[in-house]
Design a protein. Structure first.
Length: 357
């Protein structure tokens, strides 16, 4: 997993302030906070804690996705414990002892980047990273790491404890791939029983991982909520045509309906494709940015060369190509349409699925 990008360094002692200064020198993006007594040891950018640390922690958690405390693990735990929300929302928290020997991943593990942050801290300080998550203890690739390495998204909620527990305890674990992936990406990194589809995995009754860009039927979706981790590969591309003034909310509603009605999961949408002259359309740009989607444009001549099922002479007259949404989706994906174009007042959307990844 990636190391958190917004890091706060909190020093409560002279040695802690000196170590925070070393990290701050290596990480110009990090913020340093120190008690007034040790300000001179913490580096030129350090901020003095003018309030009781316990009262400051909530604001630190809002401003940062990773916190490094230079103190005992117990102190760090008591400071952050009242503000924790859950595995997928909690930040990375690392505690470094006053001698600088250990960088302990306290919170955030795989999902929040705590393990990666502990390793990064240890590398700078010459300390030993202490990571206690079971996957690392057994030399197994964590599920979150697998997803990150292969560019897959984790569907929420994910019964991670149930599936990861089966993995580290050597219990039977199922593996299903129901998406157009290249052969190498279809292989699990651990011993698994392979099943042809989610229904076969359900019949086997074991926990598992399901790699799919499709929505599951209600009975299987209920099973997934308790026993399966759903991994969403980025197989879908939205083709979007937008009239001047199309709002991000209008595009989003139309796109989500198109993807869902076609039986696919929104988490598998990877990109938005359109006519190049529409890339600067504010609503379209805002929609792509808000959803974290790659936005790419094609010239009218390239779009006009793509055969589509629903060309429009009116669109050709207006922009020089008989299709924007369908042609852009097909061109960007290299695959096939899974949802023909649909329109709202100012937007048109089509969905294509990549043939292989």
């Amino acid at each position: 997993m990636k190391t958190p990008s917004r890091i706060g360094l909190i020093a409560l002692s002279r040695r802690g302030a000196a170590m925070a200064a070393r990290l701050a020198a290596a990480w110009p993006h990090a913020d340093t906070f120190v008690t007034a007594r040790w300000r001179q040891h913490a580096g030129p950018r350090a901020e003095v804690l003018t309030e009781d640390l316990a009262s400051v922690v909530p604001s630190l958690l809002l401003r940062h996705d990773g916190l490094v405390f230079f103190c005992a693990v117990g102190i760090a735990v008591r400071l952050v414990a009242p503000h924790l929300q859950g595995k997928w929302a909690d930040p990375a928290v690392v505690a470094v002892d006053d001698a600088g020997r250990w960088a302990v991943s306290v919170l955030g593990g795989h999902a929040g980047g705590g393990n990666a942050l502990a390793t990064a801290v240890a590398d700078v300080l010459g300390a030993q990273a202490v990571i206690t998550t079971a996957s690392e203890a057994h030399g197994l690739t964590p599920i979150e790491t697998l997803a990150a390495e292969r560019g897959w998204r984790l569907a929420r909620p994910a019964p991670m404890a149930r599936v990861a527990g089966a993995l580290v305890n050597g219990e039977r674990l199922g593996w299903v791939v129901d998406a157009p992936l290249a052969p190498a990406a279809r292989e699990p990194p651990w011993p698994c029983d392979r099943f042809s589809d989610p229904a076969a995995l359900a019949a086997a009754g074991c926990p598992g991982l399901v790699v799919t860009d499709r929505l599951l039927p209600s009975a299987l979706a209920a099973r997934a909520r308790t026993c399966w981790v759903l991994l969403r590969p980025p197989t879908l591309v939205l083709g979007v045509g937008a009239s001047t003034g199309a709002a991000a909310a209008e595009i989003a509603a139309l796109a989500r309906a198109a993807v869902g009605d076609a039986g696919f999961a929104w988490e598998s949408v990877a990109a938005v494709a359109t006519l190049d002259r529409k890339l600067s359309e504010p609503g379209l740009a805002a929609f792509a940015a808000r959803e974290g989607l790659l936005l790419q444009g094609f010239p009218a001549a390239a779009l006009a060369s793509v055969a589509v099922p629903h060309p429009s002479s009116a669109v050709r007259t207006a922009v020089g190509t008989p299709s924007v949404a369908e042609a852009a989706a097909l061109l960007a994906s290299g695959g096939r349409l899974v949802a023909a174009k649909r329109k709202s007042g100012r937007a048109t959307v089509a969905v294509a699925r990549r043939e292989a990844m």
